[in-house]
Unconditional design. Structure first.
Length: 332
């Protein structure tokens, strides 16, 4: 173990594909501020449908697309059911199929080709794909044709199990091929490391990575429609701070941007770290409040410790809010 986590022989070529490039469109968050929301290019006008395999029991991302952008959303998840959703399906705009997404069509799964063919005409080429299918993404990408992938203007994927690629028993070529197929017609414009995972480092490139990586890709022809004026922010001010509150944030290190970080990114690092520390203080405060004793010395010690924790939590909150104001002003 070192400061980055466990060292890995992870293929540098895969990480190269995940290096974000300057996006010609501003990145906007879709789906709120919690897990299951993503940063995507603000180039949503004209997208006719979003395909969302792997929805669990909430669809904030899809509801945001439907209600704010009038985009039809087709959801797919064998392990869920509309009766379990936090919000009901929106008639005429949202559908649900109780199936897995896979490389072929069977009784309990459907291929991406068949899934898209079920709801979109062959001449509909401005689609969106948001895929979180617990490791099956590699099979899906390898089985999808280039012509099918080219129909998606924006692709958002949560890549799972990246730590397994340091295992010599894993077919690395199969994983590399999935990434290569994706990169043929799309370019990565953003990555976010889910902190509900483990951090590793690729020795060759010195880039860190997590076992869960959310990546946003934009189709290459979209780069020719607008002059690129946006900088790369890693982490991005719009990223989720903590996917889970009990674990420290995992940010892409500066090797991802050749050591050239931005003020916004550095402030975001500080903000997320302070949020995690503040959460820890609040847990300690809650724990202290739940303990009881009649011993005077213990009571006095408890009061002193609680006062100290409250003061530290307050200072962290003040600093964090000042940073948040600065980040807001930078986005204006």
């Amino acid at each position: 173990m070192n400061q980055f986590g466990e060292e890995s022989s992870f293929s540098t070529s895969i990480l190269d594909i995940l290096v974000p490039q300057p996006c010609p469109f501003k990145l906007v968050r879709i789906g709120g501020k919690s897990d299951g929301s993503y940063l995507v290019p603000d180039h949503l006008e004209g997208i006719t449908a979003c395909y969302s395999p792997g929805v669990d029991n909430f669809k904030d991302f899809e509801d945001n697309l439907t209600l704010n952008y009038k985009i039809k959303c087709h959801l797919l998840d064998k392990s869920s059911d509309p009766s379990l959703f936090r919000t009901p399906l929106i008639p005429l705009f949202q559908t649900f199929d109780k199936l897995y997404l896979g490389s072929s069509d069977t009784a309990d799964q459907i291929s991406l080709q068949a899934f898209v063919g079920k709801y979109s005409r062959e001449d509909e080429n401005e689609l969106m794909l948001q895929m979180d299918i617990e490791g099956a993404e590699y099979n899906v990408l390898n089985s999808a044709s280039s012509s099918l992938l080219s129909r998606f203007r924006i692709i958002v994927i949560e890549f799972h199990g990246l730590e397994s690629l340091q295992n010599d028993d894993i077919d690395l070529a199969y994983i590399e091929n999935a990434f290569s197929r994706l990169a043929q017609q799309h370019t990565c414009v953003h990555i976010h490391f889910n902190n509900n995972s483990t951090e590793y480092i690729d020795i060759a490139s010195k880039r860190n990575f997590s076992s869960l990586c959310e990546a946003t890709f934009l189709r290459n022809d979209c780069f020719r429609t607008k002059t690129i004026v946006n900088s790369i922010h890693l982490p991005h001010p719009g990223d989720i701070s903590l996917n889970v509150a009990d674990r420290p944030p995992i940010h892409p290190n500066r090797a991802w941007v050749n050591g050239k970080s931005t003020p916004s990114a550095e402030l975001k690092r500080a903000y997320d770290s302070l949020l995690f520390l503040e959460h820890g203080f609040r847990k300690d405060i809650s724990s202290m409040h739940s303990t009881s004793s009649r011993d005077a010395s213990v009571i006095v010690s408890k009061v002193i410790n609680l006062s100290s924790l409250h003061l530290q939590a307050l200072l962290l909150r003040v600093i964090r809010r000042l940073i948040n104001v600065e980040l807001f002003l930078m986005r204006k």
